[in-house]
Ligand binder design. Structure first.
Ligand code: ATP
Length: 304
């Protein structure tokens, strides 16, 4: 059956928060072995693809000045990687409307890569299995497969090997966006340094946390949130301690640095509580801006 793909084609991809981020030792390839539980949140980027004579990038929205508009942009790399693998012409105009903070530990670049992969595969009518798309996704970055899949998932390896996790209901989050970004490699280097200097505690098994996610009870989940990168992110940006404290004082159930930071994610008991916590955080002057979001949500999705 012939199906006509409307152009321009827009794909929406979500931000993520790591509910559990256990960082193991450095592997021979330089990556750290991870055990992580991702949750996709209702904060997203929209990536629009339009066939054109050249590959060009146009970025609007949150943090645009730090997003490359050259071939290093992850969305462009995704289109080129897919085009090379399936013998297609990568020329197209890519418009990215950013809602995910840049260099915020919420996988914004990975979301754009996932959206561009799904968009290009749809535009070209590629008849490929999800596994093949996952393979290209993993070659672009550790978080890209999760950005494709969304929902809640356990990630191992570099975070690219995914097992879907059961989640009941909806969890409510307030996100405190920082003034300055943090470079993910710098945060891992800082963790290595802290581990050489001492023996900071390491996250244990995520089993109890996975059971709490399945229960849908935020009060049960709150004390189990853990991030091995948090100490390193706080060491590089000590001001984040104030942000975390302010969120707790405002009534959040728990607060953690999201991934490699510096975004702080606060789990709240309800959507109303999340708005209240956001209002207090904004007033306390401990962050650049705040967002409320809920999860889990689906991964990259073509916008009808
Ligand atoms: P992660 O949580 O996956 O470690 P992050 O959310 O902390 O990543 P990103 O927003 O993905 O960080 O950006 C990291 C860097 O990647 C940016 O500083 C930017 O230079 C580069 N980059 C490349 N492509 C993109 C893109 N499409 N959007 C944002 N940043 C991009």
């Amino acid at each position: 059956m012939l199906s006509v793909v409307p152009t321009p084609l827009t794909v929406r991809a979500p931000a993520k928060v790591n509910l559990h981020l256990g960082v193991g030792d450095v592997r021979p390839d330089g990556f750290h072995e991870l055990v992580t539980v991702f949750q996709a949140l209702s904060l997203h980027d929209d990536v629009t693809l339009t066939p054109a004579d050249a590959l060009t990038l146009h970025v609007t929205g949150e943090g645009v000045r730090d997003v490359p508009t050259d071939p290093t942009n992850l969305a462009a790399r995704a289109v080129v990687a897919l085009a090379e693998r399936y013998g297609r012409d990568p020329n197209m105009r890519i418009d990215i409307a950013k809602g995910i903070p840049v260099a915020g530990g919420m996988a914004g670049g990975s979301a754009d890569a996932a959206a561009a992969l799904l968009g290009a595969a749809t535009l070209w009518g590629l008849d490929i299995e999800r596994d093949e798309l996952d393979e290209v996704a993993a070659s672009l970055g550790s978080d890209v497969p999760f950005s494709l899949h969304g929902h809640t998932a356990l990630g191992t390896g570099r975070g690219e090997r995914l097992i879907p996790a059961l989640a009941r209901g909806e969890f409510h989050w307030t996100l405190a966006l920082a003034r300055e970004g943090l470079s993910t490699p710098a945060v891992y280097r800082e963790l290595d340094r802290l581990r050489e200097a001492g023996d900071p505690p390491r996250a244990g098994s995520p089993d109890d946390l996975l059971a709490a996610v399945a229960s849908g009870d935020p009060h049960r989940l709150a004390p189990l949130l853990v991030n091995d990168l948090q100490a390193a992110a706080l060491s590089l940006q000590p001001g984040l301690r104030r942000t975390l404290r302010a969120g707790m004082e405002a009534g959040a159930l728990a607060g953690i640095v999201s991934g490699s930071g510096p975004t702080c994610a606060f789990l709240c008991a309800s959507a109303d509580d999340a708005v209240d916590v956001g209002t207090e955080l904004a007033g306390a002057g401990v962050c650049r801006t705040v967002r409320v979001a809920s999860g889990p949500v689906p991964g990259a999705t073509v916008v009808p």
